[in-house]
Design a binder for this molecule. Structure first.
Ligand code: MG
Ligand code: MG
Length: 250
């Protein structure tokens, strides 16, 4: 993997890919209801992409079988949509997906509540989302990857939350996963330098309790070791002369 630098016209395509991805996530996220299956959620994502003439960048990636990773409650990432998994009131649901549009990829994730959730769950979502924006604020030309990592870690660990250590954000372009790796923990002032034209995915994966995670027997679903809730928020961001520009918004 290498770091790829995008031209202005390539960034414009990635902005479109990001817009579609954001649209798909919110189209599905706003329709979450108790009783719905995670496979039904995945079908909403697929239908949205089809409407915009593109496809999911996730389907088939490393053999993943669906349009989106849908991870519920203690599931951190890589949940496989299933007919047998029904959502219930009080669940939190991460919808992680990306579109391929005109040869370029996007990748974003948002964690949604199903109906009324506990105060603890609400605080976890708010903290994780806020930490994403702490990280994005560091995505500036001349800064280093560690500045992003440290900002996310500091925000979440100072509030008592667990940081998932062994999964990370990444560069993105014609491939979903490019260099550099962007961990949610690390030392400010260290790591690869950020330069104009880089596009990166920043994606805090934060646990209510403890850092540790494990993978279920399905070979995909990553859950918290403690069984506590986990949240995941991700944006794709371009490094520009004017500062960070979020690509995965409407
Ligand atoms: Mg993602
Ligand atoms: Mg990602």
């Amino acid at each position: 993997m290498s770091v790829t630098i995008k031209t202005k016209s390539e960034l414009a395509i990635m902005r479109e890919a990001g817009k579609i991805t954001c649209g798909a996530i919110w189209y599905a996220g706003e329709r979450l209801r108790a009783g719905m299956t995670t496979l039904e959620v995945d079908k909403l994502i697929g239908a949205f992409y089809a409407k915009y003439g593109c496809r999911s960048a996730f389907k088939g990636l490393y053999g993943f079988p669906a349009n989106a990773c849908i991870s519920v409650n203690e599931e951190v990432i890589h949940g496989i949509p299933k007919q047998s998994r029904r959502l219930k009131e009080g669940d939190i649901v991460s919808i992680d997906t990306g579109a391929v549009y005109k040869g370029f990829c996007s990748d974003s994730c948002w964690t949604f509540p199903v109906g009324k959730i506990s105060d603890d769950a609400r605080a976890l979502l708010e903290t994780t989302e806020a930490s994403l924006f702490e990280g994005i604020a560091q995505a500036k030309e001349g800064n280093r990857v560690g500045d992003i990592s440290h900002a996310v870690e500091e925000y979440c660990s100072s509030r008592g939350y667990g940081i998932v250590r062994n999964y990370c954000g990444h560069g993105i372009g014609r491939k979903v996963h490019e260099s550099p790796e962007i961990f949610n923990w690390g030392r400010a002032g260290h790591g690869p330098r950020l330069s104009v034209g880089m596009t990166i995915c920043i994606e805090p994966m934060i646990n209510a309790k403890g850092d540790d995670v494990r993978t279920l027997k399905d070979g995909w679903t990553v859950v918290t070791q403690s069984g506590s809730l986990s949240a995941h928020f991700e944006h794709c961001v371009a490094i520009t002369p004017d500062g960070p520009v979020i690509l995965t918004v409407q």
